[in-house]
Design a protein around this ligand. Structure first.
Ligand SMILES: N[C@@H](CCC(=O)N[C@@H](CS)C(=O)NCC(=O)O)C(=O)O
Length: 203
């Protein structure tokens, strides 16, 4: 069954999905759109909610980055079976996205002064608020959100990389346990080979 992941030529909300697909050994078409020529009216109108990422299997379409990541994670055995453990991981994933929504506000802001102020707030306050907590939890749980490798670790790494790219920071250097997790995920079979050949992202 033909599999396709559609997203921009960016890591953004799709990089963790790319990692998961490569780790799972799935053959898929990594379809990329140029952000500079977005919105491509024809593509946008073909998307269920006008947004990316979109994942396709055969003719079936799945939107929402976390739903896509979770689906691939189930197939790759990266989700615990215990409902409580699943819920704890969901809670982390939504918290990681709470942080990402601040970065999203920065990305969307057009006014240079407001953009600079949002960036300052993220760097001075939000990064530490979220990442000092992630760091502590990871340290106490064998370096992983679920005590062992799960899909949430992939999501965190994708978001760290993307935040770094947009804000010009290096979050993984400030929080050593987060840094170790980034290294681990990027060295996983399948992911390592993908990362070695991916082109640098330009924004
Ligand atoms: N909640 C959605 C958000 C999707 C989203 O915001 N996509 C952005 C890129 S990160 C997009 O498609 N922007 C282009 C547009 O809205 O035209 C998800 O997690 O997949």
């Amino acid at each position: 069954m033909a599999k396709k992941l559609h997203y921009f030529n960016l890591n953004g909300l799709a990089e963790s999905i790319r990692y998961l697909l490569h780790y799972a050994g799935e053959k898929f078409e990594d379809v990329r759109y140029d952000l500079k020529s977005w919105p491509d009216k024809k593509v946008k109108e073909s998307l269920p909610y006008g947004q990316l990422p979109l994942y396709e299997e055969g003719g079936a379409k799945l939107t929402q980055s976390l739903a896509i990541a979770r689906y691939i994670a189930v197939k790759a055995n990266l989700l615990p079976t215990d409902p409580w453990e699943q819920a704890v991981l969901d809670s982390f994933v939504f918290t990681i996205y709470d942080f990402w929504s601040k970065v999203g506000t920065f990305i969307k802001e057009q006014d240079p002064a407001r953009k600079a102020a949002i960036k300052k707030e993220i760097i001075d306050e939000n990064i530490d608020f979220y990442f000092s907590r992630f760091e502590k939890y990871l340290k106490e749980n064998k370096g992983h959100f679920g005590g062992k490798l799960t899909w949430v670790d992939f999501v965190l790494v994708g978001i760290v990389e993307s935040a770094n790219l947009f804000l010009g920071v290096e979050i993984q250097k400030i929080y050593p346990t987060v840094g170790m997790l980034v290294k681990e995920v990027l060295s996983l079979p399948g992911v390592k080979e993908y990362v070695a050949t991916r082109k640098p992202y330009v924004i």
